[in-house]
Write a protein that binds this ligand. Structure first.
Ligand code: ZN
Length: 347
């Protein structure tokens, strides 16, 4: 059992920039963590131990064995039972510190539910694995004036920056368009090491503590970029006017929040135990050969001029078509299909 002890946060109060006042603010803060994988679990644990008042964890997936090498809140029992990540994480967080109010939200975040799912959060941690959700989060943050902390990590490298929901540049100033399918590495195609995700999540937690404890001047204006394998640490300076016509922060045209920026012909394919996704909308051309090369390292691949197909496991297949559509065979659950897409195709 936990007990309410005045000593629990003593070292944090002794840290001068936080002090008694900063700790009080931390204990009143309400944050959301979007995604409960390698970044989400580590950031959640650090911020739970730090005493953040309320932590909401949003994730659509269940714990799998491949998660355990880096996702610190889960264990073999969670993977064996295939429990929901958000619920398993909250259960563990309550054991760590029951003074923190934790809420698990098991859902696939989208334009239709983001306002309800994130309502009341004063800061959101981006621990997702895809650009579509980041664009949606960027739109929501600008429309509500809410801060969010971007983090991304693949292989041994990653980057972090807090976007405050008001000042320029916004995330879309830096990444104007969704990368085409198969161009960006994902942890499922290129692998990832635990020290890298722990580092990136720690940097996200540090930026969060600065923001919610009233030390906003200490937040980094640069993108912090780290490559642990090649021993490189960089601070990338950003030009505020990098994208003078930015659709999101200049024109305030929140196309992802409106829900009409992504493809529409999505959904379960009747009677086929399959789901079709169209995450890039129309008018895209996918480099199928590049995707096939990535997939060859992880499973059996079949390629034709029109599609590339990956056998993920005995019952699951991903078929990527040249026009960007993906058919996920082996499920009729849209959230599960999107999860597989983000892991094995990525954007
Ligand atoms: Zn912008």
């Amino acid at each position: 059992m936990n007990s309410i002890s005045p000593d629990r946060y003593a070292r944090q109060r002794q840290f001068a920039p936080i002090g008694v006042q900063g700790q009080d603010r931390i204990e009143r803060a309400e944050i959301a963590i979007l995604g409960c994988g390698a970044l989400g679990t580590v950031a959640a644990e650090l911020l739970c131990r730090a005493g953040v008042g309320q932590i909401r964890i949003i994730d659509r997936d269940v714990v799998e064995w491949t998660n355990l090498q880096r996702q610190s809140l889960f264990d073999g029992e969670d993977a064996r039972l295939g429990v929901s990540k958000a619920e398993a994480a909250c259960r563990r967080l309550r054991q760590i510190n029951d003074q923190v109010q934790t809420t698990a939200v098991v859902t696939d975040i989208n334009a239709g539910n983001i306002e309800a799912v994130l309502a009341g959060a004063e800061l959101v941690i981006d621990a997702t694995d895809n650009f579509g959700v980041r664009f949606l989060l960027n739109d929501w943050a600008l429309s509500t004036g809410t801060a969010w902390v971007h983090g991304g990590c693949v292989g041994a490298s990653g980057q972090v920056r807090l976007f405050d929901g008001a000042a320029r540049p916004c995330f879309r100033c830096l990444v104007p368009n969704l990368p085409p399918a198969g161009v960006v590495d994902t942890c499922d195609t290129a692998g990832v090491i635990g020290p890298a995700t722990h580092t990136i999540a720690s940097l996200q937690a540090a930026e969060t503590l600065k923001w919610i404890s009233g030390n906003r001047q200490a937040v980094s204006e640069d993108v912090l970029s780290i490559d642990l394998w090649n021993n490189r640490v960089r601070q990338v300076k950003l030009d505020r006017a990098i994208a003078p016509e930015c659709i999101a922060c200049v024109r305030r045209d929140f196309e992802f929040l409106r829900g009409d920026a992504l493809g529409s012909s999505e959904g379960a394919l009747c009677g086929r135990d399959a789901v079709q996704l169209n995450p890039h909308g129309d008018n895209v051309q996918i480099d199928l050969q590049a995707m096939a090369r990535r997939w060859e390292a992880i499973g059996s691949v079949q390629s034709t001029r029109f599609f590339t197909r990956l056998q993920v496991d005995e019952t699951t297949q991903l078929t990527l078509f040249r026009d960007g559509r993906v058919v996920v065979q082996g499920t009729d659950d849209l959230a599960r299909a999107r999860s597989l897409f983000d892991r094995f195709v990525g954007n």
